[in-house]
Design a protein around this ligand. Structure first.
Ligand code: PLP
Length: 392
């Protein structure tokens, strides 16, 4: 049912024709009482599923304990979260800046990069074609999708765009000696769920070292466990100088973070956020980290991601899909040319499975880390049935 108030919401999203009113775990219910399996999972943010009891308890307790203190005052949840993240993430002795979203984490990182680079005569940030880093002015400029940038240009001109996985192009981008950093998604999400080659990530690290540039990663979608590691770049065994995380960290509440080597910090007054890392979202994030660890969810992420890709590959009718990509529970399935992506998404919805899309031809699955094998099998079967119908 379309709600009357919807007319007053700016139409920044081409919304699916469903109004969701309730959720528990993997399941959501619409305003007509229909149940769905939620493989969108708040576009990757809902790491523990809907209304996980430990998350609800942490949020309720925090909301009853203290309100917002602004960042003029320290609070126990934020301090504990910073210490935990510094210990969990592979960047040694990392320092954390808390914000409220992935986009804000991008902005903070870009300022940090420029702060270090400009005194060295280096202002350029190398980014990848097809990347996505957010919708604010600098984050949009960093995004390697010209159609998204075009209506708002000129944006900031700090960026040099190179093709993903192209080592020669990357080396060429360093030739003019002005590169302050490389900034990339180790598993590109919005661009179509494309894991970068692990060798390529090694080359990025080596070139950055050679040219005194920072290797920085956008882990907003792929990090915080979504791909089975706290940072997805760890699959390559390389350590970045700084990373951004958000989405899965808050388990549904808005929190993002810039995580950087200790010498890459801001001084007082150089950056700020009224809400960033407040007691409620920081407590939510702590409950997410606790639950991931206590319930060994990173293992489940790997097992369920592998199962989903295997089941889809096995069940999809011949000729209806292209590549099946991803790592852990960031999973993309290309539909074959000629099949309408929107029809596949709608067909899945009619079968009670909610998914999103990425790029022009990719069905994307980003379920909670708690998803079980039965639900994964149900989704893969629903996709196969939908593909058979759409191909008819
Ligand atoms: C890789 C990446 N970076 C940044 C963002 C922006 O995050 P947010 O929507 O939380 O601002 C996203 C959102 O999809 C993303 O996938």
């Amino acid at each position: 049912m379309t709600l009357p108030g919807e007319a007053f919401v700016m139409p920044t999203y081409a919304r699916y024709p469903v109004t969701l009113v309730r959720g528990e775990g993997m399941r959501v219910v619409d305003d007509e009482g229909r149940a769905y399996l939620d493989f969108v999972g708040g576009l990757g943010a809902l790491s523990l599923g809907h209304c996980h009891p430990r998350w609800v308890e942490a949020v309720e307790r925090a909301a009853r304990t203290i309100g917002l203190t602004s960042n003029l005052f320290a609070t126990p949840p934020q301090a504990e979260l910073a210490e935990r993240l510094s210990a969990l993430l592979p960047i040694p002795e990392a320092r954390i800046f808390f914000c409220n979203s992935g986009t804000e984490a991008t902005e903070a990182l870009l300022k940090l990069i420029r702060k270090r680079g400009l005194p060295r005569g280096k202002g350029v940030v190398v980014v990848l074609e097809g990347s996505f880093h957010g919708r604010t002015v600098a984050a949009l400029a960093a995004t390697g999708q010209p159609a998204k940038r075009a209506p708002f240009e000129p944006l900031v001109d700090w960026f040099r765009y190179v093709a993903p996985n192209d080592e020669e192009a990357l080396a060429g981008a360093f030739a003019s000696g002005d590169v302050a950093a490389v900034f990339l998604e180790p598993v590109m999400g919005e661009g179509g769920v494309i894991p970068l080659d692990l060798d390529y990530l090694h080359t990025v690290r080596a070139l950055c070292d050679e040219h005194d540039a920072l290797f920085t990663v956008d882990e907003v979608q792929a990090g915080t466990g979504r791909c089975g590691d706290w940072l997805s770049v760890s699959a390559a065994g390389v350590v970045p100088d700084a990373a951004t995380i958000a989405k899965a960290l808050g388990g549904g509440l808005p929190i993002g973070a810039l995580v950087a080597r200790p010498e890459l910090s801001f001084a007082p007054g150089e950056h700020a956020s009224t809400f960033g890392g407040g007691p409620v979202p920081a407590s939510a994030a702590l409950s997410v980290l606790d639950t991931i660890e206590q319930d060994a969810l990173l293992g489940n992420v790997i097992a369920m991601g592998d199962l989903l890709r295997a089941q889809v590959t096995r069940l999809a009718p011949s000729g209806t899909i292209g590549e099946v990509r991803g790592r852990g529970l960031l999973c993309g399935v290309d539909v074959a040319p000629g099949l309408a992506l929107a029809d596949v998404v709608a067909g899945l919805r009619e079968r009670g499975v909610l998914v999103s899309t990425a790029g022009a031809a990719t069905v994307r699955f980003t379920p909670p880390f708690t998803v079980g094998a039965d639900d994964v099998r149900t989704a893969a079967t629903a996709l196969a049935d939908t593909l058979a119908e759409v191909a008819r």
